[in-house]
Design a protein around this ligand. Structure first.
Ligand code: C5P
Length: 354
């Protein structure tokens, strides 16, 4: 998956140099080493390109990063998070570049991983929502993807094991554009859930960006309770804090309203000095009382329908997972077992060298 943990990695990597090239693996390479990918390679190439810290994407980059790869793309060094990536044979994929000193490390984002997100979709729990007791989530995870070590203790991978993401003002500052609208900018407001931020959203935001010469796009994110009211089930899969970072990482977005009112009111339009309001061709949900949330912009003549040309929805992504439940369960279990084994081997190595 492409998620805000990756965006945070790319942000850190970009800060270490001047030009950031991101190598993205093919579906077959990922299936071989990790298990089935959630997004297709074409979707992942496009999504990574839309992350604002990325200068270039190498499609189909080899799974093992060799010096030859770095030289081919004129890279001084490569960057990876502070966890291990192993091939299917248990070999560190960065062994060669680490030995040659052309390897740098950035911090993993705590509380999000593909394993965790796939788990949320498979389990259909709600503990990732704000203000909800985590105990029901814990109960489910106790029965899922959790290994026992030799002492019969539950052991969790610290990298992909389930934990909760903690939003901080620092993280928002790091992700935010920090730019105010400039004179001559067209201020465009779009509202929605933007849950499991995906290529459907990216295509919509790109098309919206093309609506003006100097667009300033403000995304209004609905609170979790509001999303749950109209989308049902355990939606949103990502809470409002996680959705905030996902959207801020997109190069087309200038500003986010964290917890926007469901109806696009006169107050909101005047306060943000909105010139245009855009919505995609997907379903428009009514307010709680059944009325139209877009009645004010519609009356003002500033509501536009934007065709993203993409029919992917959050629901369709969840269906990809649930349709292939066994494959994804297996993927998560294997990933955690391999990571725990790698950690235990490192610990044994440390003890032996003491
Ligand atoms: O469904 P959600 O609230 O996340 O959608 C946010 C915005 O993205 C909406 O305007 C929706 O119509 C648009 N969208 C789109 N094409 C997609 C997915 C979403 O235009 N494939």
């Amino acid at each position: 998956m492409v998620h805000y943990g990756h965006s945070n990695q790319l942000r850190q990597a970009k800060a270490m140099g001047d030009y950031l090239i991101v190598g993205v693996h093919t579906d077959s390479e990922i299936s071989k080493h990790k298990g089935p990918p959630v997004f297709t390679q074409e979707e992942r190439y496009k999504m990574v390109r839309a992350i604002k810290w990325v200068d270039e994407v190498v499609e189909g980059a080899p799974y093992v990063t060799a010096l030859e790869t770095l030289d081919k793309y004129n890279c001084d060094f490569c960057v990876h998070g502070d966890d291990l990536t192993l091939t299917v044979d248990g070999v560190d994929t960065y062994e060669e570049v680490k030995k040659s000193g052309r390897y740098r490390e950035c911090k993993r984002t705590q509380g999000v991983s593909t394993t965790d997100l796939v788990g949320r979709m498979l389990l259909m729990t709600k503990a990732h929502h704000s203000n909800i007791d985590a105990s029901d989530y814990q109960q489910h995870t106790d029965n899922f993807g959790k290994g026992k070590d030799s002492n019969g203790q539950n052991s969790h991978s610290p990298w992909t094991g389930v934990s909760q993401f903690l939003q901080t003002s620092q993280k928002i500052i790091q992700f935010a554009s920090g730019q105010e609208p400039q004179p001559g900018d067209t201020i465009i407001y779009v509202a929605g859930a933007f849950d499991l931020f995906n290529i459907g959203h990216v295509d919509f935001l790109r098309a919206t960006h093309k609506m003006a010469d100097k667009p300033y796009i403000i995304v209004g994110l609905h609170f979790d309770q509001e999303v749950n009211r109209h989308k049902g089930k355990n939606y949103p899969i990502m809470n409002v804090h996680e959705r905030t970072l996902s959207v801020l990482a997109c190069r087309y977005v200038s500003e986010v309203v964290i917890g926007a009112p469901f109806a696009v009111t006169k107050d909101l339009l005047d306060h943000l000095k909105v010139d245009l309001v855009c919505h995609g061709k997907t379903q428009m949900y009514p307010k709680k009382d059944g009325s139209d949330p877009y009645v004010v912009p519609r009356k003002r003549g500033i509501l536009r329908t934007v065709d993203s040309g993409n029919s992917l929805t959050t629901d369709a992504i969840v269906q990809r997972i649930t349709k292939n439940r066994l494959l994804f369960q297996d993927r998560n279990q294997k990933k955690e077992t391999t990571e725990i084994a790698a950690i235990q081997a490192t610990q044994r190595h440390r003890v032996a060298n003491q």
